[in-house]
Write a protein that binds this ligand. Structure first.
Ligand SMILES: *Cc1c(COP(=O)(O)O)cnc(C)c1O
Length: 474
């Protein structure tokens, strides 16, 4: 440590961390690898803002990568966790809160007839895949390029965001035999899926896809795509796993499934309609009969734990009941359904009412608009792509004119504009996700003041994006 570096500066804490934690972080994208510079060490957060160790406040558009739907440290959630903590941190025995949370998931997403709680999204998708294999007696899994489903061995191929940012094709340490059980196809390409299933459908246990892809930037499914996946999987006896770890309970009360299969939200090829523009009130589905398509299994994470580690797999009762102790598919977890996590999750979902979703929709529309206007004023070709309240900015003429519909398109954008854009925003007190391949997360706490702060910072960020040159990419 040099004498110029204050003991508790971001730089000093990062340096100290790197001596004991690989890369100084416990999850790769936090390290600012694709934007360069020093990650901010956060000391506290409240509402729409986070504070770093140097005492600087930022309007936060990371939202803990999704969970902070209500804003950071919502008093109702913090109080629920505090009360639960006093009653005991963990028992390794069933609690009523687990049933209440499972019931709440089923109430919102009737397709989840049974629900099992786990601790991370990675565990949820891993369990869903094992269930699909157990249910079908088949080995292969189809995943779509650019969709991220956590970091289990079989699901890392062409996995978007963190993996794309690091420039790795997948990961070292995944046995060839395991990787060979995953077939990767392009997203939004039904003919490719049809051809694959025609050829190897008898071997495919499941097709797994994000509700709306949001880990390669936000790339909504084209009209008819998700329903087509449902039709083709059913035809070939494969299960459809809808990964709503990111979209679940965020884009609406019933997640992406509710938005697309119940409300009829479609991407219009221009990044989709502005949320709320076609529907005055959100529909809370009463049963799967109201839906145009229903997946066999769904996975949830992020919002469902309200900021505490919690995730879930849900779906058809006959498939879910194959799980141990009822059935032959083993799955377990020492801290699964932890009392602190179920308290945070229940409080979050109880508070996430129509008004919250409308606030998130409105803030998302406003932030997207002010950023887009600032970029246009500087002549930066771009497109704000949306999937409900999730959005991200895609840079370049091709993105601007025809949109991004798959991983290839996401990688072909002018990614080098992002680092200067990101750092200019950060200097102005707005913290974006530190990768061009991530969705921007707003919350119900992103009020007028927060949106104004973003609007005030946007011109400087847009100028930085306009002045960026491809050779300057770090
Ligand atoms: C975040 C994410 C996961 C992994 O969840 P973790 O809790 O980070 O393991 C899986 N699927 C999707 C779609 C995600 O966005």
């Amino acid at each position: 440590m040099t004498t110029q570096t204050p003991a508790r500066s971001n730089a000093a804490l990062f340096e100290t961390a790197r001596a004991v934690i690989p890369g100084g972080v416990d999850s790769p994208v936090r390290a600012f690898g694709s934007v360069g510079g020093t990650p901010r060490f956060i000391t506290s957060a409240s509402g729409a803002r986070v504070r770093d160790t140097e005492g600087r406040d930022y309007v936060d558009l990371v939202g803990s990568w999704g969970p902070a739907l209500l804003g950071h440290a919502h008093p109702g959630v913090v109080e629920a966790v505090r009360e639960a903590a006093w009653r005991g941190l963990s028992f390794g025995a069933p609690t009523e809160a687990e049933t209440l949370l499972a019931q709440e998931v089923r109430r919102r997403v009737p397709a989840a007839e049974r629900v099992r709680l786990v601790s991370t999204g990675t565990e949820a998708t891993m369990t869903a895949v094992r269930l699909a294999r157990g249910a079908t007696g088949r080995d292969l899994v189809v995943k779509l390029a650019g969709c991220y489903h956590g970091h289990s061995d079989g699901l890392l191929a062409a996995a978007g965001s963190g993996v794309a940012t690091a420039g790795l094709p997948g990961s070292a340490g995944v046995p060839q035999m395991v990787a060979a059980q995953t077939l990767v196809l392009p997203y939004n390409d039904l003919p490719a899926l049809e051809a694959c299933l025609e050829q190897r459908g008898q071997e495919v246990a499941a097709v797994i896809l994000e509700g709306a892809a949001a880990n390669m930037g936000v790339v909504p499914p084209l009209p008819g795509y998700t329903a087509g996946v449902r039709r083709l999987t059913a035809q070939h006896g494969a299960l459809m796993i809808l990964d709503e770890v990111l979209t679940g309970f965020r884009v609406g009360p019933a997640g992406w499934w509710g938005l697309e299969a119940v409300e009829g939200w479609v991407a219009d090829g221009q990044g989709g309609p502005v949320p709320g523009s076609t529907h005055s009130a959100r529909i809370w589905p009463a049963s799967t009969a109201e839906a145009s398509w229903v997946p066999d299994l769904l996975t949830f994470g992020k919002v469902i734990g309200g900021g505490v580690p919690l995730a879930a797999v849900g779906g058809r009762a006959d498939v879910m009941d194959l799980l141990a102790p009822l059935g032959p598919v083993y799955q377990a977890g020492t801290l699964s359904g932890s009392p602190l996590a179920t308290a945070a999750g229940l409080a979050t979902l109880e508070l996430a009412d129509d008004q919250v979703y409308r606030a998130v929709d409105a803030a998302s529309a406003q932030v997207g608009q002010v950023v887009s206007e600032a970029l246009s004023a500087q002549g930066v070709a771009h497109r704000v792509q949306r999937a409900g309240s999730l959005f991200s900015v895609m840079f370049g003429d091709s993105a601007a004119s025809s949109g991004v519909h798959d991983y290839e398109g996401a990688q072909a954008q002018e990614t080098w504009r992002f680092a200067p854009f990101f750092h200019a925003f950060l200097r102005e007190g707005v913290a974006l996700p530190p990768s061009v391949f991530e969705a921007w997360f707003v919350s119900a706490a992103h009020d007028e003041e927060a949106v104004e702060a973003i609007a005030a910072a946007a011109p400087a960020a847009a100028r930085a994006a306009a002045q960026a040159r491809p050779d300057r990419q770090g």
